[in-house]
Design a binder for this molecule. Structure first.
Ligand SMILES: [Zn+2]
Length: 689
């Protein structure tokens, strides 16, 4: 467990990421009409001069960025909507009198147990006591190894949710294997730090030094609250140990390089490759002694951390274990613990002035720990099967469009084309909600025991994960709940998930014309599909195995074809002294233009021989492109925009919108003429797929 504060995933969590907007919400969506928002269009501008402001100009004029926000856009508005709906469902379940074994009762019990502040205060530190006693009883390094192994949890996910952090010594991820994508395989990742990354311990600058001082005071305060003697001295040792662990950690940039992560260790290798920790005892306590091999994500960190187990005094490790336990459960202990945690992790670390109201944190806990139980109700209520059928049909048309485009590529080797086609054949695009739901029947939830509920939830998830090791992979399994405003690419499953909560206006509206849905969510779906066979997707084959299936000649042609796009984006200057970096944003810019082009083809396939209906005088094609622009509606402060240009792999919304200039039919739709600012002659327009 990381922060039992309301967990909201901003932006996109997929490894091959799709970040659309990343600020927080303000405006409540007004959906008077089903289709493009004509009142947002600035008709004083020519589409060919500035398409972003043409589609969004009136909205930009009337929208103020709230003083405490860096930007405002569509994504955040949807987040607010989904959060309110989820809260409503949970509160409804909490009032119901559903049967003891039902999902609604579990939701209700979990919610009530978190809201039971009086009960939590009355228990004090009693729920911690047996666990602290067990730590105090550790006599030697063998028993320490047992405690460390018993603490292993399935709390990391380096590829789908890009979560590399666990405060436990190591973290487990169960997923299809890099080389055997047919079976669930255990991945082990480095851990042991409470602060988010090794840089917090190692970086030599004023800001980080200050955080470190405050962190040590926080560790001491937590130990003191739990009744430990000499909390200052213990805290100093704990922070010293974490510093030593941080020195062994691999950097985030190296973490993200999957070619460095594919290290298969037999269980018997650990003792020789990472001596120090009693691995036999560790794996036994973790319930993994039967597991013959593992993929070790960061071998050097395993060697380093294991050596620290041997070289660091037992008493320091015991204090580390105790503090990590108190921290992990601080949010469900009496108020003094939760307040101290928030003062450090909320205020100091994140600059958040106030804790969310308790009921909102309760909603966050339920959503996190019973996500599918809530998701089942969410999907039923807010994403009817007719909406799903409509979106599924769009996906089929867009995939068919990609198929034709790949087949027609003059430069791609036939063998590479064949693999790209079979990737399209096996690609699973999950829309709205999963086909099967997580079964929580083995998870016991009591109405008056939040500590136990959280403890059992972590253990339930861990057992669920290790029980399926070696079993066949379900490629249709989801890694996001329907109520999540996000989308994700699962490369080892060759799958995409588009949860119900992102399939809302202005991205998707079952009552809107096809033109609008293809222009908005269709282009996003196309964007993600493009990633599955571009320079990133070429790393994984049609079965999801780690294997490069491009020939060197293909790569060379691809690079030549994309050079024009690099130049196009290099020419954009959001500020006189700052240009976009076409190379840094290349993969995303390719996915944008490819996704838009394929979605346009899919849209026309959906029309068959029919003519598209007009809306407020806009033709079908015009609606398609306007919807694309309006899906990128966003207003950011200068500092935020500058930071995005410098550090993000996605171009700012304005320039993502302007990629319409690469599509011939956009010129026809808006009668764009030479001399207009976005006009490109035929050779200047970029076609990738
Ligand atoms: Zn992307």
């Amino acid at each position: 467990m990381k922060l039992p504060i309301l967990i909201v995933k901003y932006a996109i969590a997929c490894a091959l990421g799709l970040v659309l907007f990343s600020a927080q919400a303000q405006e409540t969506p007004k959906q008077e009409n089903h289709g493009i928002a004509v009142t947002d269009i600035d008709r004083s501008l020519k589409p060919g001069d500035d398409f972003f402001r043409y589609t969004n100009g009136e909205w930009l004029k009337r929208t103020e960025i709230p003083p405490d926000r860096a930007a405002v856009g569509v994504f955040n508005t949807l987040n607010d909507v989904a959060n309110k709906r989820t809260a409503g469902l949970i509160e409804e379940a909490a009032k119901s009198s559903a049967g003891a074994a039902s999902g609604a009762r579990k939701i209700s019990n979990l919610y009530k147990s978190y809201m039971d502040e009086a009960g939590i205060e009355a228990k004090g530190v009693a729920p911690l006591r047996p666990h602290l006693d067990a730590i105090a009883a550790i006599h030697d390094k063998r028993e320490l190894a047992r405690a460390l192994g018993g603490g292993l949890r399935a709390d990391v996910d380096p590829l789908n949710n890009t979560n590399f952090h666990t405060a436990n010594l190591f973290g487990l991820w169960v997923a299809p294997g890099f080389s055997d994508s047919e079976h669930y395989t255990p991945y082990l990742l480095q851990g042991g730090l409470q602060l988010p990354d090794r840089e917090y311990y190692l970086a030599d600058n004023e800001g980080m030094r200050k955080i470190r001082t405050q962190y040590q005071a926080h560790v001491s305060a937590m130990l003191k609250l739990a009744g430990f003697s000499e909390p200052d001295a213990r805290a100093a040792h704990v922070v010293e140990l974490e510093h030593a662990i941080a020195e062994k950690h691999v950097s985030l940039a190296d973490d993200q390089d999957i070619h460095k992560a594919n290290n298969v260790w037999k269980q018997s290798d650990f003792a020789s490759k990472a001596p120090g920790l009693d691995w036999g005892e560790y794996f036994r306590a973790a319930g993994l002694s039967q597991q013959s091999s593992f993929i070790v994500w960061q071998p050097s960190a395993f060697a380093g951390e294991s050596a620290l187990v041997a070289s660091t005094p037992l008493e320091t490790w015991k204090d580390w274990l105790a503090y990590h336990l108190i921290e992990a459960y601080g949010g469900v202990l009496p108020k003094a613990f939760a307040d101290e945690r928030f003062a450090f992790f909320g205020k100091t670390m994140s600059g958040t002035p106030e804790q969310l109201p308790r009921w909102q944190r309760a909603v966050g806990i339920v959503d996190f720990r019973l996500g599918d139980e809530v998701g089942k109700i969410y999907a039923e209520r807010y994403f009817p099967s007719a909406a799903k059928a409509r979106a599924d049909a769009m996906v089929a048309n867009i995939i068919a469009a990609f198929r034709k485009r790949i087949e027609a590529l003059p430069w791609m080797d036939p063998a590479t084309k064949a693999e790209a086609q079979s990737k399209l054949t096996t690609l699973y695009v999950g829309i709205g909600y999963p086909e099967t739901w997580q079964d929580y029947s083995a998870y016991e939830v009591k109405p008056d025991d939040i500590f136990g509920n959280v403890w059992r939830s972590n253990l339930f998830k861990y057992r669920h994960e290790i029980e399926r090791l070696g079993k066949s992979v379900d490629r249709h399994e989801w890694c996001m709940t329907p109520q999540t405003v996000n989308a994700v690419n699962l490369p080892l499953q060759n799958a995409l998930n588009f949860p119900a909560a992102i399939l809302q206006p202005p991205f998707f509206d079952p009552d809107a014309p096809d033109a609008v849905n293809y222009g908005a969510i269709g282009a996003i779906i196309g964007h993600e599909i493009s990633h599955t066979f571009d320079s990133e997707g070429s790393t994984f084959d049609s079965k999801g195995s780690l294997r490069n299936w491009w020939t060197p000649a293909d790569l060379e042609h691809f690079n030549a074809a994309t050079a024009k796009l690099v130049a196009q984006y290099n020419s954009y200057h959001p500020f006189p002294d700052l240009a976009l970096n076409g190379q840094q944003t290349l993969a995303e810019n390719i996915a944008d233009v490819a996704g838009l082009a394929a979605s346009y083809d899919g849209y026309h396939a959906s029309l068959g021989n029919g003519t598209a209906p007009t809306q407020d005088g806009f033709s079908g094609d015009q609606q398609f492109f306007v919807a694309y622009g309006q899906a990128h509606k966003n207003k950011a402060r200068e500092a935020a925009l500058r930071q995005q240009v410098l550090t993000n792999e996605h171009s700012p919304s304005e320039y993502r919108t302007d990629t319409v200039r690469n599509i011939d039919s956009w010129y026809e739709a808006f009668a764009v003429k030479p001399g207009e600012k976005l006009y490109l002659d035929q050779p200047g327009r970029v076609r990738i797929w």
